[in-house]
Design a protein around this ligand. Structure first.
Ligand code: RIB
Length: 271
């Protein structure tokens, strides 16, 4: 028909509701959507592709007018069936889908350069899940920086979660007592690493510098306060919501890709 029914509802898919990075994004998205008269429905996938596909399949244009997606396990093939505008947030999905992301590679290089400038010599990397784009980029940066400096690589696999990061860091530090810097793939893992250092009686930052990535609010509540690569979390959510609204109002707008800047938040966990 000539009249497109609208639901005045959008969907927002996040991969991990327990990680404060994502609620901060949700807050920003709602701050744009609510005044525009839209309800935001939240979907949490626990980084599980099957859940994501089920959610997507259930959400036709009958129920929602648009979708914001923070996931990169979904592909174009899953999403174009939705038949509503989609914005990829935090994790780039496909060049045909508008996105709001940061430059994870450069952010990680800068984080590492900062650690070296503060005197770290043996830096290990606690990586995020290897199937997630943001984690892959940060790891690639670590590998290249170490290679350029001709330094040994020390990797520990993590999964972007606190508890596991703590356990993994305890192993890492017990096996490699000469590590004087740990670059964590995100803040939640950096906080897990702080806890590990504390349990082992290792002083941060005197004996070990710990650098995070994200800039979630929790970073200020731990001791020592977390030094981190700050993503413009609120700004990212807002931008994604604005792009989506514009595309709901005018369906054939061009695809846009936005890369927002990151900044080092200098606190006390790096010497
Ligand atoms: O902490 C969650 C992580 O997943 C963030 O670093 C974010 O960029 C994402 O991809």
């Amino acid at each position: 028909s000539l009249f497109k029914k609208t639901s005045k509802t959008i969907g927002f898919l996040i991969p991990d509701i327990t990680n404060p990075f994502f609620p901060q994004l949700v807050r920003a998205v709602e701050d744009v959507m609510y005044p525009a008269g839209y309800t935001t429905i939240l979907f949490n996938s626990d980084e599980n592709l099957n859940h994501e596909i089920e959610y997507i399949e259930g959400m036709t244009s009958k129920y929602i007018d648009g979708f914001i997606i923070a996931s990169n396990t979904l592909h174009w093939e899953h999403l174009h069936l939705l038949n509503v505008p989609v914005i990829a947030l935090d994790r780039h999905i496909d060049s045909r889908i508008s996105s709001v992301v940061i430059d994870n590679y450069t952010g990680a290089v800068e984080a590492l350069e900062f650690m070296f400038s503060r005197g770290c010599k043996n830096i290990a990397h606690l990586e995020g899940p290897n199937y997630i784009y943001t984690a892959q980029e940060r790891k690639k940066a670590y590998l290249n920086v170490m290679k350029e400096k001709n330094l040994p690589v020390l990797l520990q696999q993590g999964n972007y979660e606190l508890e596991q990061a703590m356990i993994k860091t305890m192993h890492l530090l017990s096996e490699h007592p000469n590590i004087d810097g740990l670059f964590a793939g995100n803040d939640v893992m950096a906080i897990g690493a702080l806890k590990a250092a504390h349990k082992l009686g290792i002083q941060v930052p005197k004996q070990l510098s710990i650098m995070g990535f994200d800039g979630i609010e929790w970073g200020e509540t731990v001791t020592p306060e977390l030094t981190t690569m700050q993503q413009p979390i609120y700004e990212m959510g807002r931008k994604a919501a604005e792009l989506l609204l514009a595309r709901i109002h005018e369906q054939d707008l061009e695809v846009e890709h936005h890369i927002l800047p990151v900044n080092i938040k200098k606190r006390n966990s790096v010497k």
